[in-house]
Design a protein around this ligand. Structure first.
Ligand code: NDP
Length: 338
């Protein structure tokens, strides 16, 4: 910890927001982006924290995201609510849609938020966590860009397609998982390539479609889904529900439009919200009691719940601040002045 500097969550939020304002984003976009990046850093989700800022700014410089995007809500009163993100980053679109999604799920028991035309760089857990904090179960998913070969295939076709789920708990923080459907993120393979280290078996294929443990060969080839055909099927479901079904791009078409793996892709996202109270109405069993019994049994076996690591990091950050190293501080400093 010696070479680390502590900054408060609020201080980091202000720094990140000022970087995006200075880069030309309108306040609606900058505030929403900064909140999500700061939350990731606070929760020790480093892969989606300040590390992402330069990628967002590169995407802006390449003209692949609209700094002045004004998301538009389209709500016809049904269970499907739509936000057109106007080519901006997804967080501002989510901010607009979330209150309507929450109210509609409470009323109907089940509702969906479709986000179209957004540029996506973020983790999905903040989105479902926000639903669970309002007493709803949430399920979010989005495609990405083609980087993953389907099980049995040889070339990139699917995205790393994250799926996140949250369950509300009366006396504890929500149960939340958020996972990529690839065996590993491309970024992890890049880090191993830089360090000259081999990949674990089952992470990647080379350009000829042959399994490889050579990180550079894997980067030139394709990632593999987690869990073989099972992860492949889940990633395909994400392409269908959060790409084709919502009238937006699949990972292949997102890559075709973007032409690069170095920028944030543009596509859609699907967020489902469920009211456990409404689903179990009239039944003798209480969903909350059943859920807590399940969590207790898991913990009783020595398992940990997904989200526990993040929540512990959050508690530390809120008590002591976020520890940033010299390179991270220099980056923030430079970007605030550029
Ligand atoms: P991990 O494999 O690190 O973790 C996946 C989930 O499993 C987390 O909820 C984690 O909780 C939980 N978990 C990890 N270890 C255990 C354990 N031992 N016991 C119980 N639960 C555990 O995440 P991924 O690498 O798959 O994904 C990282 C992030 O990347 C996600 O936030 C995802 O949204 C994001 N992503 C975004 C994409 C995009 O296009 N926008 C594309 C792909 C990924 P915990 O956090 O507490 O460790």
């Amino acid at each position: 910890m010696d070479d680390k500097t502590m900054v408060t969550v609020a201080e980091l939020g202000r720094m990140v927001e000022s970087i995006f304002m200075r880069a030309g984003f309108n306040a609606q976009q900058a505030v929403a982006i900064a909140r999500i990046i700061t939350a990731a850093e606070r929760d020790g989700a480093k892969s989606h924290g300040i590390y992402r800022i330069e990628g967002c700014l590169r995407t802006l410089a390449a003209g692949k995201v609209l700094a002045h995007a004004r998301p538009e809500l389209i709500d016809e009163g049904s269970g499907v609510i739509r936000v057109l993100a106007d080519g901006g980053f997804s967080p501002a679109a989510l901010d607009l849609g979330l209150p309507v999604l929450t109210a509609r799920a409470e009323k109907l028991g089940l509702a969906a938020l479709v986000i179209n035309d957004c540029v996506h760089y973020s983790a999905l857990w903040p989105e479902v966590e926000a639903l669970a904090e309002r007493g709803l179960a949430g399920l979010a998913m989005c495609p990405s860009y083609a980087a993953v070969a389907p099980a049995g295939g040889v070339r990139p076709l699917l995205g790393t397609n994250p799926i996140a789920f949250a369950w509300p708990r009366a006396a504890a923080a929500p149960y939340v998982f958020d996972l990529a459907t690839s065996a590993a993120a491309r970024g992890e393979i890049e880090l191993l390539a830089r360090a000259g280290k081999p990949l674990p078996q089952g992470w990647a294929l080379d350009a000829e479609g042959t399994p490889t443990t050579d990180a550079d060969a894997g980067l030139a080839g394709a990632l593999l889904p987690f869990g073989g055909h099972k992860g492949s099927a889940l990633a395909t479901m994400v392409e269908l529900l959060a790409g084709a079904m919502i009238g937006d791009l699949t990972s292949q078409s997102a890559l075709d439009e973007l032409g690069s793996l170095d920028l944030a892709p543009r596509h859609g996202e699907l967020i489902l919200a469920f009211s456990p109270a409404r689903f179990a109405a009239g039944r003798p069993a209480d969903p909350q009691v059943q859920a807590e019994a399940l969590f207790d049994a898991m913990l009783g076996q020595g398992a940990r719940l997904p989200g526990q690591r993040r929540l512990a990091a959050r508690a530390r950050a809120e008590a002591e601040g976020i520890a940033l190293d010299a390179a991270e501080l220099a980056l923030l400093d430079r970007l605030q002045r550029e």
